[in-house]
Design a protein around this ligand. Structure first.
Ligand code: SF4
Length: 351
């Protein structure tokens, strides 16, 4: 643990063998693993927890066949099915989330990817949110992006784009047949190239090997995401992965620790499946990850927000303020100050 911790504190990538050894460590050293990852988390994120809030703008009705997804084609999971929420409804949801301390709203729509009309809708929704909550970070997740679409989202005022790689490239074909791992990589790259903050993560527990989980962590590292959601499979009845339940709380903590070591100074978020799989060990997860979702998920209900806020306080953490940067200073883009001197002002020019 000492070598991998020192490497992370120096922002050096662990070797694949070191990452694998974290996943394969025993329960007898679980608290050592949590403590080591916790040192890294504290070094870059102190005791802050960033809260994120999901809004499912369009639910179900997807033509893709992602095996983990209860919104996929042919799903018999009985999820809510509706088409686009209006900008006003989404803005109300964002307002509710901001009042509970959420710093980022994640606006998600099911489907392979957005049409031009969808992008117009999203632009209107972003404007509605910005009108009352300009400080909120807005991340959108609309599937695969065609050329030029990321730039349109950037001009609409979107801050970040989420598109998960989900699982290792070698395992991807067993999870989905309607698009490829490289399609996903391409969308994450195009979002970053357009200036959107790339958010991309995984779903743990889909039958992948430990080596494949390490593989996807390193694939993600190549894409330089600024946030990495770590989901734990919720194997809904009515989906192909129903009944696959190979996770334990300890296994989830080891996976989170491995992602922390690979992404020492990047937002690592405990995402879907937190309540189901970490169960009573959720507070230990906060010692590794610096970000969680508050409230409900896309198709499933989460814990009451008040309970999660209590857990954060009980574990000795504080909710990150809207005015605080999430990433450590060396990762933040320093924007030049807006001009407040020279022509058009009463102050002399800087010359
Ligand atoms: S993950 Fe997205 S693209 Fe895949 S089936 Fe679900 S909604 Fe469709």
């Amino acid at each position: 643990m000492e070598d991998i911790t020192e490497a992370a504190l120096d922002l050096r990538c662990p070797t694949r063998a070191q990452a694998l050894s974290v996943l394969q460590s025993g329960d007898d050293v679980l608290l050592d693993v949590v403590a080591a990852a916790g040192r890294v988390r504290r070094a870059f994120f102190a005791n802050r927890v960033k809260l994120n809030y999901l809004v499912n703008m369009k639910s179900g009705l997807c033509g893709e066949d992602c095996g983990y997804c209860s919104q996929r084609r042919g799903s018999e999971a009985g999820v809510l099915k509706y088409t686009w929420l209006t900008p006003e409804v989404v803005a109300e949801e964002a307002e509710r989330a901001a009042r509970r301390g959420a710093k980022r709203v994640c606006l998600v729509a099911s489907g392979r990817g957005p049409s031009d009309r969808d992008l117009q809708r999203v632009a209107g929704t972003v404007a509605s949110i910005r009108a009352s909550r300009p400080e909120l970070e807005i991340c959108v997740c609309l599937g695969l992006l065609a050329p030029g679409q990321a730039a349109r989202l950037k001009s609409a005022g979107v801050d970040a784009y989420n598109h998960n790689l989900n699982t290792g490239e070698a395992h991807y074909g067993r999870i989905c047949s309607t698009h490829t791992f490289s399609d996903r990589v391409g969308t994450v790259r195009s979002a970053a190239e357009a200036g959107l903050s790339p958010c991309s993560g995984v779903i743990v527990g889909m039958g992948e090997t430990d080596a494949q989980l390490v593989e996807v962590a390193f694939s993600l590292r190549d894409l330089e995401p600024e946030s990495v959601p770590v989901n734990f499979l919720m194997p809904f009845p009515g989906t192909p992965l129903a009944g696959m339940n190979e996770l334990t709380p300890a296994k989830c903590l080891r996976a989170l620790a491995m992602f922390r070591f690979v992404f020492p100074d990047v937002e690592v978020r405990i995402a879907g499946g937190r309540e189901m799989h970490l169960r009573s060990l959720q507070p230990l997860g906060l010692h590794i990850a610096n970000s969680i979702f508050l409230g409900d998920y896309l198709t499933s209900e989460g814990a009451p927000a008040g309970d999660d806020l209590q857990m954060i306080r009980d574990a000795g953490f504080v909710v990150e303020d809207a005015g605080q940067g999430t990433l450590p200073p060396h990762r933040q883009t320093v924007m030049p100050a807006l001009r407040r001197r020279g022509p058009g002002t009463r102050r002399p020019a800087n010359a």
